[in-house]
Design a protein around this ligand. Structure first.
Ligand SMILES: Cc1ncc(COP(=O)(O)O)c(C=O)c1O
Length: 413
């Protein structure tokens, strides 16, 4: 329950959580209203975009106090943020909204998903906790960041059952993706969170979004998104965000301030707008994806279909024939890396999203060279199927009705 302490709201405060709430609200309602609760009382409908890089003040004693407070706790500045790297009111609206959707106290936005992951690693590394336990597969560049130790971290790769044994006294983080990129493998988050003990579990929730699962409810302390994907939803924003408790958020804001991976306010505006249609987009695309997964599973040209138990708009499938020919053959579907846009995208992970991962590691993680990953958009299912059907080539080019290696998708959600 939230109450408003004053009707006089400081429009330059980075805080966007100024609304009066009298009852718990459903996800669809939060998606439309969270981060915007103060607008009507300001006589506004669309959220203002604050492009300021600096915030003038004749009170430099007050500014010094705000900087000291930020350096101590990393809490959002009380009043104007002083400088754009400390915070931004438009970005804060998106952060407030995403935290509500994920059911966490706070969220901290970054210039990209990789900037968000980097900030988490820097927070833990700065505490002397450089060791990371991670479950493959992860998005290729997340894998690379950990494997190469670019930020001074050291990684132990394991499967979900091996997490407890992989922990060390200097383990600062456990990382999983569920469903994972690109195989859509799912982990039992509650079991992994239990195995983590006091070590924070980070779940990359990019593929599922809070519409399908809220990892914080299953014990994740950190929920990461490449907001570039479903949260933005239209392929025109590069962004990342971490939803977490206020204590961790403070540390993330301090790292963001010191290292500069801030989100541009226009991106914050577009993400807030994207969130308002997130539930509708995810549910519509998921229904289409489930149908395509069923059809692919029954197709003799397809060796195996990967589709998550929780559903979602991502489908991965292995073809008997050359996967490059399928990419070359699509006409409606967009042949591009990334995901979560309104249009359907297809890519070949071994060539693009996971190219940077060592080929043997990739294979051990279940990323076959014949795997294609498709992000299903909002087009009509028959148009998509017709494009896939022609891109897969002649029906007699597959392995006939051989059932070996084919996994049936879960029932539609
Ligand atoms: C699951 C997942 N996490 C993180 C990232 C990195 O996000 P960004 O590209 O916004 O830096 C990606 C990018 O594809 C991703 O798929």
């Amino acid at each position: 329950m939230f109450t408003l302490s004053s009707m006089d709201m400081d429009t330059t405060s980075t805080r966007a959580d100024d609304g009066v709430r009298t009852a718990p609200r459903a996800l669809a309602t939060e998606a439309v209203h969270a981060g915007r609760d103060d607008l009507a009382r300001q006589g506004l409908h669309a959220p203002p975009i604050d492009l300021s890089t600096t915030y003038p003040s004749y009170d430099s004693r007050g500014e010094a106090a705000r900087i000291d407070a930020f350096a101590t706790t990393g809490a959002e500045p009380d009043g104007p943020p002083v400088y754009g790297r400390l915070g931004n009111p438009t970005v804060a609206r998106f952060e407030t909204a995403l935290a509500r959707l994920e059911g966490t106290e706070a969220a901290v936005a970054f210039a990209s998903g990789m900037a968000a992951l980097s900030a988490v690693l820097l927070v833990r590394g700065s505490m002397g906790l450089r060791h990371v336990v991670a479950v493959r597969p992860l998005y290729g560049c997340s894998d690379h960041l950990l494997t190469a130790g670019l930020l001074g971290s050291e990684v132990t790769w394991t499967d979900p059952a091996g997490v407890a044994d992989a922990l060390r006294p200097d383990t600062g983080l456990v990382i999983v993706e569920s469903p994972a990129n690109p195989t859509l493998a799912e982990v039992d988050m509650r079991a992994v969170a239990h195995a983590c003990g006091s070590v924070p579990l980070l779940v990359d929730n990019t593929f599922a979004t809070p519409v399908l699962q809220r990892p914080a409810e299953h014990g994740a302390r950190l929920v990461l998104h490449s907001a570039t994907k479903y949260l933005g939803g239209h392929g025109d924003v590069l962004a990342g965000v971490v939803a977490c408790d206020e204590e961790f958020a403070g540390r993330l804001r301090q790292v963001r301030f010191a290292t500069g991976g801030v989100l541009h306010p226009l991106a914050g505006y577009l993400l807030l707008r994207g969130l308002s249609t997130l539930p509708v987009r995810v549910r519509a695309a998921s229904a289409t994806a489930a149908e395509l997964a069923h059809r692919l599973a029954a197709d003799p040209r397809v060796a195996r279909v990967h589709y998550p138990r929780i559903g979602g708009a991502m489908v991965a499938f292995e073809v008997y024939d050359d996967p490059h020919e399928v990419i070359a053959g699509v006409r409606l579907i967009t042949p591009a890396v990334s995901l979560g846009s309104v249009d359907t995208l297809i890519q070949h992970p071994a060539s693009i999203s996971h190219r940077i991962v060592d080929a043997d590691d990739r294979k051990r993680a279940g990323v076959s060279d014949r795997l294609l990953r498709m992000s299903v958009g909002l087009e009509d299912v028959e148009d998509l199927w017709s494009d896939l059907d022609q891109a897969l080539g002649r029906p007699d080019r597959g392995a006939g009705n051989c059932a070996t290696g084919r996994s049936e998708p879960a029932p539609a959600h």
